[in-house]
Design a protein around this ligand. Structure first.
Ligand SMILES: *Cc1c(COP(=O)(O)O)cnc(C)c1O
Length: 394
């Protein structure tokens, strides 16, 4: 980790220490930096305005509160620079506009986050950009899908519904072999468990709305990459598309980050206990949590990810009716989309999901009985009791 902390380098600083202090200038000794609620910044002279001097002119492009967050996010992913956006989808679409031109082709893993699937399967087509979705669990599929006009490989560190793990060494090997750009959506694994830039990815994207902010009170996104990429992206796509994160939202994410490492430990510990409970329950046919030793992707998962997060799914006997009974019997887990906050949530693919994404694949039969849990920060015992009770009702 490079950079400055009150003038001192942060080299060697561990994650929670960096998150507590890095990238924050002090103003009057304030322990919490202020929110710069400014659309614009004035210059003291004609020459200062004309010259490159002041990095802050207009908050669509940059703002000191946003800048502090960007420094921290770049350090967190061991990247050179970061840019934040009004949502995770704004980050993804801006990155696609940055990397792709008319006639280009993308190879993307599936099942992938719904918004990413929608933008690449239907919408980019308008601009002459095509995409093939392949199963990245087998690296041969990736290699076979590469065409002469392929520019980009896009994947996730850990997928959001079925909790698949993709072999990131293999993805990088294919990218290098064919000279392709590689992007990873690391929202689900998070930089507390996986640092894709260290493995050779060109660019990492995140939704900040999940674990990074952690309090279910903000929507945001981020792109982390080398300085040159972030600089070009800021000059062109950020300026033209303008999906910037507002100062107050940036401040909220920064506040959430101060406890990120501690929250992730607790989410992961509780999720492991939840997974063990589910694995031993007769109504559960399958637990999608690669940190259980008998999961088929366990070896790959532990070779890439340093710890579990709070996100997992499982599959119930008895189809949608059983899923409905289970969901309605829960008391602490609330029914909701999204995840990664302090609160425990439940969602089921039978409630609504992009079924067309998996039509004709082995995943199709699993959609009806799949339940996803975002294990929150409540006391683990309460969560286990809630699940046990609801499973008995299912
Ligand atoms: C939530 C999510 C997104 C989209 O982020 P928003 O902040 O909701 O726009 C993208 N990718 C993944 C994996 C997500 O979970």
């Amino acid at each position: 980790m490079n950079g400055e902390m009150n003038g001192k380098p942060t080299q060697g600083m561990r994650m929670q220490t960096m998150l507590a202090h890095y990238g924050e200038e002090t103003f009057h000794g304030a322990v919490v930096p202020p929110v710069f609620m400014n659309s614009l910044f004035t210059a003291r002279s004609y020459d200062e305005m004309k010259g490159p001097g002041n990095p802050f002119r207009y908050s669509r492009i940059s703002n000191p509160t946003t800048d502090a967050l960007e420094k921290k996010l770049a350090a967190l992913d061991n990247g050179e620079a970061a840019k934040v956006f009004a949502s995770g989808m704004a980050a993804i679409s801006t990155a696609l506009f940055h990397y792709l031109r008319q006639g280009d082709h993308v190879v993307c893993s599936y099942p992938i986050y719904g918004g990413t699937y929608a933008i690449l399967s239907q919408w980019m087509d308008r601009y002459g950009i095509s995409c093939d979705f392949v199963d990245f669990r087998n690296p041969d599929n990736i290699r076979k899908a590469v065409k002469p006009n392929t520019k980009l490989l896009l994947t996730e560190g850990y997928s959001t519904m079925f909790m698949d793990v993709f072999d990131i060494r293999a993805v990088i090997a294919v990218a290098r072999e064919f000279g392709l750009k590689s992007i990873i959506d690391n929202t689900c694994a998070t930089p507390s468990t996986l640092k894709p830039l260290d493995w050779g990815f060109d660019t990492v994207m995140h939704s900040l709305s999940k674990y990074l902010s952690g309090h279910s009170d903000v929507i945001g996104g981020a792109i982390i990459s080398d300085s040159e990429t972030i600089c070009k992206l800021t000059e062109i796509e950020v300026s033209l598309i303008g999906a910037s994160l507002a100062p107050f939202e940036s401040w909220l994410v920064n506040r959430g980050l101060r406890t990120f490492g501690i929250r992730m430990k607790q989410h992961g510990q509780s999720a492991l206990q939840v997974a063990q409970l589910l694995a031993n329950h007769p109504k559960v046919t399958r637990v999608n949590f690669p940190f259980l030793p008998d999961h088929e992707q366990h070896a790959l998962a532990v070779s890439q990810m340093s710890a579990p997060t709070g996100l997992l799914s499982f599959e119930l006997h008895g189809g949608e009716l059983s899923v409905q009974r289970f969901v309605d019997a829960l008391r602490i887990f609330k029914i909701g989309v999204s995840w990664g906050g302090f609160e425990s949530l439940v969602y089921a693919t039978a409630i609504g999901w992009q079924h067309e994404q998996v039509r004709g694949t082995e995943y199709e039969a699993r959609v009806e009985g799949l339940v996803r849990l975002s294990v929150g920060l409540e006391d683990t015992e309460d969560l286990l009791e809630d699940l046990e009770h609801a499973l008995n009702e299912a």
